[in-house]
Design a protein around this ligand. Structure first.
Ligand SMILES: O=C(O)CCC(=O)C(=O)O
Length: 298
């Protein structure tokens, strides 16, 4: 290797200083000042310093807080995710609740045959198109945020079969179903809890996923002294794959929020079926009101 190429290779922290008088081949510019060179007034590190600053380390007045590491739940099992403040919050994850081949044909059938539509909802008085398609089954209407889905008793026969299977494994009964279709990775549902008064106290929600895997995120509600700041709350992520059943039980809707965030790489369509039990709206409250604003919870 020629001397020049060799020096190019070893520049940086490995580079040895060039020998003195290295001649033309050593013409790599550097900031060395020769012993006799006059310092340039005002240049970095030379010349008279106008102010002399000292840096003192002050002990921080507030304790340093760490953001808790996010937990991941992937294995089949029952998980007690918190014990307060509203009681025990519990998840049950059943990957492979449906065999892949049966999940495949159910996905295609539901994608083609359910009455999917895009709903307008409202946030702080502003209308927006929900970034997903939905449909609703149940003898009662369901209102969340500020939008109502009309009662619909025309259950697709496949949904009745799935409801029975979910009831058997969960030991709960469900009279309603909210279906979500995420067309691609840009479709999503933002942070919320399924805690409308019409779902009753401590509802069990059974969520069945078909199609592409999406990450289901959970974050703990911050205590009142945090004033709605979620920076230091516990977080959990659960990849929900084709044929997986997730049960949310106990105080999960009181003490945690959940979301399916947008993703910025390719995702295929995904259907999510959330079986619920709906009760008539409590009297004297607007439909869709949150339970904590309608009753005193124990
Ligand atoms: O798609 C999911 O897994 C979540 C759906 C959901 O959060 C909801 O319907 O309330």
């Amino acid at each position: 290797m020629s001397d020049k190429r060799h020096r190019i290779r070893v520049q940086g922290s490995w580079a040895k200083p060039l020998p003195k008088n290295s001649g033309a081949t050593g013409a790599v510019s550097c900031n060395h000042q020769s012993k006799n060179a006059e310092p340039v007034p005002g240049s970095w590190g030379y010349g008279p310093q106008k102010t002399s600053k000292t840096f003192a380390f002050d002990q921080p007045t507030k304790p340093i807080r760490n953001v808790p590491p996010e937990k991941v739940i992937e294995q089949e099992g029952d998980y007690e995710i918190s014990h307060g403040p509203s009681g025990l919050s519990r998840l049950r994850l059943l990957p492979g609740f449906l065999q892949p081949e049966e999940a495949d044909w159910m996905f295609s059938k539901l994608l083609a045959e359910l009455p999917w539509s895009q709903k307008t909802n409202f946030r702080q008085g502003e209308a927006y198109e929900e970034p997903r398609l939905t449909c609703w089954y149940g003898e009662l209407p369901y209102t969340y945020a500020h939008s109502t889905m009309a009662a619909n008793t025309q259950w697709h026969p496949l949904l009745l079969t799935l409801r029975e299977a979910v009831e058997q494994v969960s030991g709960r009964s469900f009279n309603s179903l909210l279906c979500n279709l995420y067309r691609d990775g840009h479709d999503s549902i933002s942070w919320h809890s399924d805690d409308e008064a019409s779902l009753g106290a401590k509802p069990t929600i059974a969520s069945l996923s078909l199609g592409d895997t999406r990450v289901f995120g959970l974050r703990k509600q911050p205590p009142p002294e945090e004033n709605g700041d979620y920076t230091y709350v516990e977080r959990i992520r659960i990849p929900l794959s084709h044929g997986t059943l997730l049960l949310m039980e106990g105080a999960t809707q009181d003490d945690w929020q959940h979301q399916v965030a947008k993703e910025y790489h390719d995702r295929g369509p995904r259907i999510n079926l959330t079986f619920r039990t709906i009760y008539p709206e409590p009297e004297g409250h607007r439909p869709g009101a949150k339970l904590r604003f309608t009753t005193t919870q124990q």
